[in-house]
Design a binder for this molecule. Sequence first.
Ligand SMILES: *Cc1c(COP(=O)(O)O)cnc(C)c1O
Length: 232
Amino acid sequence: MSIKDNLAVVRKNIADACNRSGRDINDVTLICVSKTKPVDMIYEAIEEGEDTFGENKVQELCDKIDTINDNNIKWHLIGHLQTNKVKYIVGKNILIHSVDSLHLAEVIEAESKKKGVVSDILIEVNVAEEESKFGIKVSECEELVRKIAKFEHVRIKGLMTIAPFVDDPEDNRKYFKKLFKLLVDIKSKNIDNVIMETLSMGMTNDYEVAIEEGATMIRVGTGIFGERHYLS
Ligand SMILES: *Cc1c(COP(=O)(O)O)cnc(C)c1O
């Protein structure tokens, strides 16, 4: 199937999931995850009206931003961020989905201060507590949010999770529910400088369930661009 056809399917699924759960389609942002895919494929998606793209590697993200060089495109860093790469990201208006330590937030704060910008971030939560995954525990989240909230050049916009790889997306519903609840809980504390409006959850396999449980950003790669082939 072409990117055009794939996008038609994804958009229909998003609309259906919104209908089922009584949500406004405008409250769900589709992040087209273009990692490992050539810029030509990104251009195809842009032709079809998409404007939001996610990458998981800093170098690849920066290269694609430079090549495409279009201020109308919104870029998201969805993968793990090493502190030594923060300097390449800050100042480019990229939403960082993967902040999972005070130390990383401190480095983003310092670099943002240096550049005179405020960086938007999400806190990555390992809701399912999988050993292999980055992200903090649900029980650690509020404390980390309160500490980061004191930084003047970092603004927390919400939470992100990568759910387990499962055959049946229903198996992830409980994790999406849990992250939604955590977002609402933290929002209700009205912490200064914390916005808590963004819930980034759901990938190709489970984005419809994630939307039903309150996702405001879904990250879809394979469903749009096809299988990824990693050359090791
Ligand atoms: C690769 C990736 C995705 C997209 O995965 P698909 O299953 O291809 O949709 C979403 N989120 C993150 C963090 C990723 O690394």
